[in-house]
Design a protein around this ligand. Structure first.
Ligand SMILES: Cc1ncc(COP(=O)(O)O)c(C=O)c1O
Length: 302
């Protein structure tokens, strides 16, 4: 391997070869870079096994179809490349991304149909969107004044790099003495935040927005777990007012699982500690990482 990089810092797959993540690059004129013309998906590896690998690849392929992107790779071949990135890194806990960009338009044209779509992938150490203190004590969140891009303009179920609304929300959160933000839609219902879905708990039942959001794999897992344990979970519009009045709030992401929110727009929820329903869902989620049918063990041997 080139240079003196530590494989555990990350391995990427670019142009058909595996390289240290720090050395991986994208051509400047790839439309994925200059136009955010790309889709991606993120799956994690926990204690040596992928969680819901097949479901993530299926979702990635659905995003590609929705954005009229295609690759000459089967689901099995994608799985193989992702596994190889993880195996070569040696990482037991990893954040693994697959990306398909539009690629480079032939000279003299901007016709997206003529681009050869490209595949990039990498494995890097597990990413937590909340740090250890925040996961223990809960996050301070705001409902941002920035509106989420409307689903009529860009279907949020197709995973994309249009993150500037989410990023501006984070800036606003820091300005308002919080650390994260959820964005609303034009009707005043909450949607999602930078890399996460949101759930409320009220009177012992869960609710999460039913539209205008990316249908997160962690969100899907929570919905399934709630059904299994007989906890009501409604998929419906959740107003900003309802979120402010919640007993508990938690956010969900492949990059961190189930993370408690203990302050919303300056209001402290309950006793200011992560609530019991959030704790239960959190524990069930991590127990589920090696449940039959949901995990794919990585073979780390050479
Ligand atoms: C906008 C957005 N919403 C929600 C999520 C959560 O999805 P998942 O649970 O599949 O990580 C993500 C993940 O990156 C995201 O980008």
């Amino acid at each position: 391997m080139a240079g003196d990089h530590n494989p555990a810092d990350g391995i990427a797959f670019v142009n058909g070869t595996y390289v240290p993540l720090a050395e991986a690059s994208v051509p400047l004129v790839d439309r994925g870079f200059v136009r955010s013309d790309a889709t991606y998906d993120v799956v994690h590896v926990w204690k040596g096994s992928f969680f819901r690998l097949g479901d993530h690849i299926e979702r990635f392929q659905a995003s590609m179809r929705g954005l009229r992107l295609s690759l000459p790779l089967s689901a099995g071949e994608i799985a193989w490349i992702l596994t190889e990135c993880v195996r070569r890194s040696g990482l037991r806990d990893a954040y693994v991304q697959m990306t398909c960009t539009r690629g480079i338009a032939p000279k003299g044209t901007r016709d997206p149909r003529l681009c050869e779509n490209r595949f990039y992938a990498f494995a890097q150490p597990f990413v937590w969107i909340a740090n250890e203190d925040q996961r223990r004590d809960g996050l301070k969140m705001i409902i941002s004044s920035v509106q989420r891009i409307q689903p009529e303009a860009l279907d949020p179920r197709l995973k994309n790099f249009h993150w500037l609304d989410l990023t501006m929300g984070i800036f606003e959160a820091y300005d308002r003495d919080a650390v994260t933000a959820v964005l609303s839609d034009r009707d005043g219902n909450v949607t999602e935040g930078a890399g996460f879905n949101v759930f409320t708990v009220r009177g012992g039942t869960l609710a999460t927005p039913d539209h205008g959001v990316f249908e997160g794999m962690t969100r899907r897992t929570v919905i399934e777990m709630a059904a299994e344990i007989g906890l009501a979970c409604a998929l419906r519009p959740v107003s900003a007012g309802e979120l402010r009045d919640a007993d508990e709030i938690f956010i969900t992401s492949t990059a961190g699982g189930i993370m408690p929110v203990t302050e919303i727009d300056g209001r402290i929820l309950g006793n200011g500690r992560p609530g019991p329903v959030t704790q239960r869902i959190h524990d069930l989620y991590w127990d589920r990482q090696h449940a039959a049918g949901l995990f794919t063990a990585v073979d780390y041997r050479d």
